[in-house]
Design a protein around this ligand. Sequence first.
Ligand code: HPA
Length: 270
Amino acid sequence: MLEKIKQTTTYVQQKTNFEPEIGIILGTGLGGLATEIDTEYEIEYNEIPNFPVSTVEGHSGKLILGTLAGKKVIALKGRFHYYEGYSMQEVTFPVRVFKFLGIKTLIVSNAAGGMNPNFVVGDIMVINDHINLFPEHPLRGQNHEKLGPRFPDMSAVYNKNYIKKVFEIAKEKNIKLQQGVYAGIQGPTFETPAEYKYIYKLGADAVGMSTVPETTVAHHMSIPIFAVSIITDSGVPGEIVEISHEEVQEVAKKAEPNMTLLIKELIKSL
Ligand code: HPA
């Protein structure tokens, strides 16, 4: 794995000669932030050695390198989900490469169902902790001490300073912001009402099919993380309605301007 990471890193470095400070993973319907990047290089995933190829509708796959809010960023436009059939090593491979390229911060966004009754559809929730409900762990297998410890501490995965900063920005910009615990499940089914209830009882405020693998691996490599969910549908008893991937994307799109603003301002402050 180490060889593959180094090979891919060298490929990107030789192609771009670009040193990103911040890595961004753009989730469902949040591609809008990508248009804000003053792009210097774009590389299709299928051109990148060792990179998996994205398959889901609505997730085009390319790596974007450029400037956002005065900082050098590298962004994944289209992420790799476990439900697509990738191994956890494949899902998290780009994050490993980001680290080797030198990022000092990882920013991740996603769409999620909200079980917390104080949430409404369209809310933005800052992730302050997670519950890993995936059936496979991204750090299972041989550990390379060069990447991180065998038994990583998980007491503070989501950087508290970033969270504080984003709440300050939200207050200043008059943006409603929630925070809570994100449960990562494998999908591809959305939850049954009983499952939403179960996951809420476990202690999660929102649930989705991504993020936990990537943030776990980023944390393994000591990268400070900011992660955020758009609540695209309700998992509150009595409020659950039929949903589709398209509706999830539609709601995410509506929250996009506020999301973009928050993340841009956070990046500016780093
Ligand atoms: N459950 C799981 N994943 C999701 C959901 C949900 O309700 N909404 C968006 N992604």
